[in-house]
Design a protein. Structure first.
Length: 132
């Protein structure tokens, strides 16, 4: 039996595994590495804070992920298939490492956040299409 997500170290292991998959993926890797040109040294600690707060309610994160995704969407439109890949990698990373209530919560939060961002981006796209 795998353990549940309990602390920052667990979050870091999860985030590291997830982004290892993302970076090597033909579809998402291009977005993160070539288009967004993510500085992984600074990005990963922010993601540790984000997911630690989302799963363990630490209050360590204060950024605006929607703003960042909107900016990226203007550079390179994000589509449902991008979010499906992201969701698959995140949930499979959780499942590879953990099981339990916090693991389940992490997957639920990931899917909710992904759905919210995708919905907002589609709304922005529809609004901008009305302008033209």
């Amino acid at each position: 039996m795998k353990k549940d997500i309990e602390n920052r170290n667990d979050i870091e292991c999860l985030v590291d595994l997830f982004y290892k998959k993302v970076r090597s993926d033909d579809m998402l890797g291009v977005i993160f590495n070539d288009i967004a040109k993510i500085n992984w040294t600074s990005h990963l600690p922010v993601m540790y804070d984000f997911w630690e707060n989302a799963v363990l309610f630490t209050g360590n994160y204060s950024g605006n992920p929607m703003h960042l995704h909107e900016h990226l969407h203007h550079i390179r439109p994000l589509h449902a298939v991008h979010f499906e890949h992201w969701n698959k990698f995140f949930c499979s990373s959780v499942d590879e490492l953990f099981e339990g209530e916090k693991a389940k919560l992490a997957k639920q939060r990931a899917l909710s956040i992904s759905n919210l961002i995708q919905t907002q981006l589609l709304k922005l796209q529809a609004d901008s299409d009305k302008i033209y």
